[in-house]
Design a protein around this ligand. Sequence first.
Ligand SMILES: [Zn+2]
Length: 254
Amino acid sequence: MTKLANLDWKTYEKRVSDGDAVILLPIGAIEQHGPHMSMNPDVLIPEAISLGVSAGLDNALVAPPIAYGYKSQVKSGGGNFFPGTTCINGKTLIDTIKDVVVALARHGNRRFVLVNGHFENSMFIVEGIDLALEHLRHEGIDARILLLSYWDFVNKDTIATVFPDGFTGWDVEHGGVLETSLMLHLHPDLVNLDKAVDHPPATFPPYDIFPSDPSWVPACGTLSSARNASAQHGKLLFDVCVNGITQSVRSELG
Ligand SMILES: [Zn+2]
């Protein structure tokens, strides 16, 4: 379990020059997550999961997370109008992903796992990967990149345990049971469950409207209640994600 940037460059060079290392790159966002939690779960959760996965692999390194993400959207992140929510535009994110992957590949790395923690990032990461691979091919470098969003590894049994009252979907989980439980497990000092606002899951029309309408979003900023969150559920969620991702990396990247 090694953070890439904590190595000196000589040690790093030795670890990666034969192309055998697996580089995990967490990608998140700085975004309000309700009055009960810090604004960095989308960064800290994929970073912790990446470190957990790296512990089960030979020669895996976790790169410093890309902390800023694409603009928070009303129906998945509460929207881009809350104080503290600090977003970058799509082309900045695409260029950042591309530049970081190309740089790491030029060091000798050929196997990457991009671990997304913020729904809105998804297609911009795809574009960054596509441009990076195209760029690298011109340099005669072939790399292989596994892209995932960690919540897709939460299986039906875990959902049934963590959401005993019924599961309303990942899109309205913003600041809800999933992220709050994981943060209670990983960083309890950054959560104060007493401040969580109990409200029914947000409901939205089957379209978006621009400019965004803040009245669509619960005033507290969460899209569902964190009331049933617990560190115990957080550990369950963490373990199922780490185990599933580790298996996928082994089967896809060898
Ligand atoms: Zn989040």
